[in-house]
Design a protein around this ligand. Sequence first.
Ligand code: NAD
Length: 441
Amino acid sequence: MTSPRVVVIGTGYVGLTTGACLASLGHAVVCADADQDKVDRLARGRIDILEPGLAELVTSGTAAGRLTCVGTSEKAFGRFLRNAEIVFLCVPTPMGAGGLADLGILETVVRQISELLPPGCTVVTKSTVPVGTATRLTQLLRRDDVSMVSNPEFLREGNAVRDFLHPDRVVVGSADREAAEQVASLYASLNAPIVLTDAASAELIKYAANCFLAVKLSYANAIAELCDRAGADVADVAAGMGFDRRIGKEFLAPGPGWGGSCLPKDTSALLQLADSMDFEFRLVRAAIDTNIRQHKRVVDKIREVVTGTRLGSMSGVRLALLGLTFKAGTNDLRDSPALAVAALLREAGAELVAYDPAVDSADSRIADLPFPVTDDPHHAARGADAIVVLTEWPEFRELDWHRLATVVRTPVVVDTRNLLDASSLSRAGFGWTGLGKPPRS
Ligand code: NAD
């Protein structure tokens, strides 16, 4: 059996990973994007996103002639589409008005490609989309000879290639069983469990899974708050919970709140979807509210550490922020809880300087931030009343804390990720306050 000709539209975290990984599995793939600069950078081997192994796969796929990148305004794009057997849609579905998923880009792309697709082609939605989208896109396509399949993606940023090549499961849903099986066959060599279902179920699986994770994280943050009040240690509580296989060890660590490009928009979209079906999804609502409260709780904690009170202004307080990305291992700043906490700290009057190992001070994405970002953690810490850890970058453990102690105004760390070892910090002269754990002076 020859490998089907695949076109992937959108070369972001999901699209480029999908294209490069499918090429590495031996498929012939064309990756297309509307951003011509991005495509040109890709052609020169430059990749904007921080994903271990991705650049290597793009390079090897291109060298083997299995991976080609093209702009959607280039003539060649139409030629590739006219020859395609499977077309993946990996474009953004951001949060739109009223919290609903905005399908504008997706629908525009479907309209654009509709007439170019050859008979028998299969269009696959990998973007996260609400239940009913496959039906809606089928209507927009107006093609009886083209099949629509839903194949949601579950990769984690920072681990995208590994997650794609070693998935916990692959979900494929369609009214057209043959088309679903054709898409599933692309993943056959991965030996992952494949959930073959209808399109609505596939679409809902993605939201159900992401929202479950958000609920779990909010639960972990609420338990950490209880630990604070009860004098318990959240690390031990989480360990004691996590050994239970029904619960699992992952996603039990407290933090400044969950964020990133998926959980906030997906929780909101599921809530709106439920609403539209006259179902008040209180559990998801509570997870979102708990998350918003978590940002404030972290700010209150910082305020208490630096001013001695949970109320009042932080005017005149200087804080060094360590970490801006929404989690370690990625350079993604979208909906980062670190930025949400920073905004509240600014509102309270604090003066901020930030450092993040994955965010360059010349990065255009931070040009509008109302505080400086430096390339040197010692520079960020100079004169600080507290160092605040907001992202769990392991390299923060390796910083020269003895040296940092000589440049801060007050040697105290608020560690919203419980990342650092309080005893080592204490030896360097720092006091330490985390979440759900007794503080160390
Ligand atoms: P992204 O912003 O990283 O990439 C999207 C790409 O689409 C960009 O390169 C952009 O230039 C391109 N694009 C935009 N409009 C286009 C158009 N009209 N034609 C062609 N290309 C266009 O987004 P992402 O993080 O890869 O997310 C894509 C989808 O996958 C979203 O629905 C998201 O919810 C979902 N998803 C994301 C993740 C993740 O961790 N990032 C995980 C699973 C699912």
